[in-house]
Write a protein that binds this ligand. Structure first.
Ligand SMILES: [Fe+2]
Ligand SMILES: [Fe+2]
Length: 487
């Protein structure tokens, strides 16, 4: 379990000279969770600040506040796991649907729910197909909602446990979408059966969404309106009191919002990101990234394994390989901003869709650069679609602008995209994978890095005790299609 510790991670593996705190790491990474929830970046952080203000107002003991703090920051950790399922239910952009559902009272049948369905189900489909899909969605709405929430809550709780957080943190995340009157999901808990953390978190996230979309009075208004139905009436009273004192929404629009949320972590519960903790958080977020689509199952780990193999073959130092591996685990974090309607499109992407895809390394940089000391790592991770001849994206870097770690990541990313097993196609023989990459070498990708990967594969093939990770990637090869453009 995560506890307070004094051992700092090494500067080389994090890129930082100072001690990194888990709160700094997770609050920055929460910006990626906002992307896939269809919320503006900073949503989780602002909701966390409001949630902590509510907890302080009701006199929550400091020990519990330490757990609530991480429940709040990780409330959407399971968000990517139901994206694919939601996309298939709606046959439309699920990020837009997720974003707008938070301002909709879907528990009441009426114009609001109908309008939501009309604007988010099968948009763009021919009229009759749209009507058919709408009727199907209406008929299975309750069952589907419960299933979607369950997937998300179970995964979110599991991610928190995987990072080493307590069962209290996980339980708060698991019951995030329960309602005070028993009308929520996945278990229909009622009143004080709901963990207090979940009651605070649901209220805080709703306040944040209404604050950003409709202003402070609307936010408090919706809390009052849903008091006793969605929300604990005592907590709503606390919200009203905090608002009257001018505390609830104070200083939420400042540039220094990340410093604010980090400062809210109870002092006696502050956790240092040791090497071990840093590794588990990177692995957990790699899982969040890969859960977004079945097409990219285990991709982040696969890229990390391939990058590690290249680094070892090139005799890089252990800290440099650790750095590379972490950049690889997080390289596609910006892909959480891409809708599954695009990620899972079986046909060629149109210009608009490809423009959306081309933004994902930019968002990788936007998220990772917020972590203190991660400037270099964010730069490398965001360069994974660049090409030596300047034809890559998102910045069209030339060979001179691509450092060795960036070149390694480019090769590792393409290799895993070609070699990893995908559900929509059969395997490509590994020789063909290398032949395809060889055709790109020198002009687009670094020939020395490709040679190192080829040699690592050869060595491991001839060794019975070779690294299993690379073997796994190599033994599950598959074929490219349009998805490979942005794997
Ligand atoms: Fe990518
Ligand atoms: Fe990738």
């Amino acid at each position: 379990m995560l506890t307070t510790e004094s051992t700092a991670p090494s500067a080389a593996s994090t890129g930082t000279e100072a001690v990194l705190r888990v709160s700094q790491l997770i609050s920055a990474l929460s910006y990626a969770l906002d992307l896939t929830e269809g919320q503006p970046m900073g949503h989780s952080v602002r909701a966390s600040i409001m949630g902590m203000r509510i907890a302080q107002h009701i006199g929550m003991p400091m020990q519990e506040q330490g757990d609530l703090y991480y429940s709040l920051l990780l409330k959407d950790a399971g968000c990517s796991s139901n994206s694919s399922r939601l996309f298939h239910i709606l046959s439309a952009d699920e990020i837009r649907a997720k974003g707008d559902v938070k301002t909709t009272d879907w528990t009441r049948v009426g114009w609001e729910s109908l309008q939501y369905a009309i604007t988010h189900v099968a948009t763009g489909a021919p009229f009759l197909e749209r009507i058919r899909t709408l009727l199907r969605v209406a008929a299975t709405q309750q069952r589907d909602s419960c299933e979607l929430v369950k997937i998300r809550c179970e995964r979110g709780a599991s991610v928190a446990r995987g990072m080493g957080f307590s069962e209290t943190v996980a339980a708060g995340i698991f019951s995030l979408d329960e309602h005070w009157n028993g009308g929520g999901y996945p278990e229909g808990l009622r009143g004080r059966e709901l963990p207090l953390f979940s009651r605070i978190m649901n209220l805080a996230q709703t306040l944040e969404v209404f604050l950003v979309n409709r202003g402070a009075e609307a936010a408090v208004g919706v809390a009052r309106h849903r008091s006793g139905r969605w929300f604990d009436p005592d907590l709503v009273k606390a919200v009203v009191s905090l608002h009257q004192k001018g505390v609830l929404f104070a200083d939420l629009e400042t540039e220094k919002i990340l410093q604010q949320v980090v400062a809210l972590e109870p002092e006696q519960r502050q956790i240092v990101a040791t090497e071990e903790v840093l590794e588990s958080i990177c692995l957990a977020f790699a899982e969040v990234i890969d859960a977004k689509s079945p097409f990219t199952y285990r991709h982040s780990n696969g890229v990390a394994d391939a990058a590690t193999a290249i680094g070892q073959q090139l005799d890089l130092s252990a800290p440099d390989i650790t750095f590379l591996r972490r950049a690889a685990l997080l390289h596609d974090i910006g892909k959480l901003c891409v809708s599954n309607a695009i990620l899972e499109k079986p046909d060629k992407l149109n210009n608009y869709e490809f423009e959306v895809v081309k933004k994902h390394p930019y968002y990788t940089m936007e998220v990772l650069k917020r972590i203190p000391g991660f400037g270099k790592l964010s730069e490398i991770a965001a360069s994974h679609h660049e090409k030596l001849d300047g034809s890559g994206y998102f910045r069209g870097y030339s060979a001179e602008q691509l450092s060795l770690p960036a070149r390694i990541l480019v090769v590792a990313d393409i290799f895993d995209a070609l070699a990893a097993k995908r559900p929509y196609r059969d395997a490509v023989p590994i020789e063909k994978v290398f032949a395809i990459m060889q055709g790109e070498a020198t002009k687009k990708i670094d020939a020395e890095c490709l040679e190192a990967l080829t040699a690592a594969h050869r060595n491991r093939e001839s060794s019975d005790c070779g690294l299993m990770e690379l073997k796994q990637a190599v033994c599950n090869p598959t074929i490219p299609n349009s998805k490979e453009a942005f794997a």
